[in-house]
Design a protein around this ligand. Structure first.
Ligand code: CP
Length: 315
């Protein structure tokens, strides 16, 4: 494929290929990622219309470790502030002939739309509440490394499911890899139709966590909430915050995940987040660089093949 816009169109074998390549970028001894020249001579532009710490920095690091020229567009100081549209901004950058555009936007579907207008590879770094494919891939790699497999695992995703692109991409990916999925959260933050997605749905967190192998916590995404009932942070923590007592109901060797940013004392107790025997939150960040290297490496190979075949057709 030319782009990575979501998990939805990926075949399980493509997911496994990408995870295996990402694994090859992890140096077990130094717990860092190896360098390569897969993007040598290529230009990568990061366009983040929404805030980011982990995704933007790891895409930048990943591009540099693969030898690309990496440019971070500062959208806060760009001409978007003067009213230039997303598409005009993208077409302007496209005229500078980048090879890869990494895009985050608050509107669901914005990255797909942009991908139709440019002639380089586009990676979705999170669009609205739609998809965040590289997050799901790095979560999958983290789970696979911790548990040795992705199939026949009980994965509980807890919190604000309705507004979460992370939940959506994870559901798609883990469903394709035959994990058993549970969604836990207040009814007001559960998408309509969640029960039709082939997962179990729980409002009672204690019930939902029972025997889970993986506990994935999500934050309340207030920036995407437009009214509706939201419990107070205190009540939320009491009913849906992960503390030691609730975690004790999961499997003895259950791992705790969180995509970040984390709100300690709201959806997760800080001690659990920092417990290196249970929490793999820092591993998720580390795997983010390797997964993004693998995604860009594969897209660059496809791009080179596409350009090669076009050049031979022209001869
Ligand atoms: N998980 C994630 O997307 O984090 P950032 O918003 O910091 O990139």
């Amino acid at each position: 494929a030319r782009h990575l816009l979501g998990i939805e169109p990926l075949h399980p074998t493509e997911i496994t290929t990408l995870l295996d390549l990402a694994e090859s970028y992890v140096d077990l001894n130094r717990r860092t990622v190896k360098h390569s020249d897969a993007l040598e001579g290529m230009t990568q532009i990061n366009m983040f219309f929404e805030n980011s710490t982990r995704t933007q920095s790891s895409f930048e690091l990943a591009g540099k470790r693969l030898g690309a020229d990496v440019m971070n567009m500062s959208m806060q100081t760009s001409s978007v502030k003067k009213g230039e549209t997303l598409i005009d901004t993208a077409l302007t950058l496209n005229a500078m002939h980048p090879d890869l555009l990494v895009v985050r936007h608050s509107a669901s579907g914005a990255v797909d739309l942009l991908a139709q207008k440019v002639n380089c590879a586009v990676i979705n770094a999170g669009d609205g509440r739609h998809e965040h494919p590289t997050q799901a891939l790095l979560d999958a790699l983290t789970i696979r490394r911790a548990k040795g497999r992705l199939h026949r695992l009980t994965v509980a995703i807890c919190g604000d499911i309705a507004h979460s692109r992370v939940a959506r991409s994870n559901l798609l990916l883990l469903g394709k890899m035959e994990s058993r999925l549970r969604l836990i959260g207040p009814a007001t933050l559960m998408p309509a139709g969640a029960r039709d997605w082939g997962c179990e749905v729980y409002e009672d967190m204690r019930e939902g966590l029972r025997g889970a192998d993986v506990v994935m916590m999500l934050r309340l995404q207030r920036e995407r909430m437009d009214g509706g009932f939201i419990p107070s942070e205190r009540e939320y923590y009491h009913r849906w915050g992960l503390d030691a007592e609730k975690l004790a109901l999961a499997a003895d060797d259950a791992i705790v995940m969180h995509p970040g940013p984390m709100n300690r004392g709201v959806e997760i107790d800080g001690t659990i987040a920092d417990d290196i025997n249970r929490s793999v939150i820092q591993d998720q960040v580390e795997m983010g660089v390797a997964v993004r290297m693998a995604a860009m490496d594969l897209l660059a190979r496809n791009l080179r093949a596409e350009r090669g075949s076009r050049a031979s057709e022209a001869l």
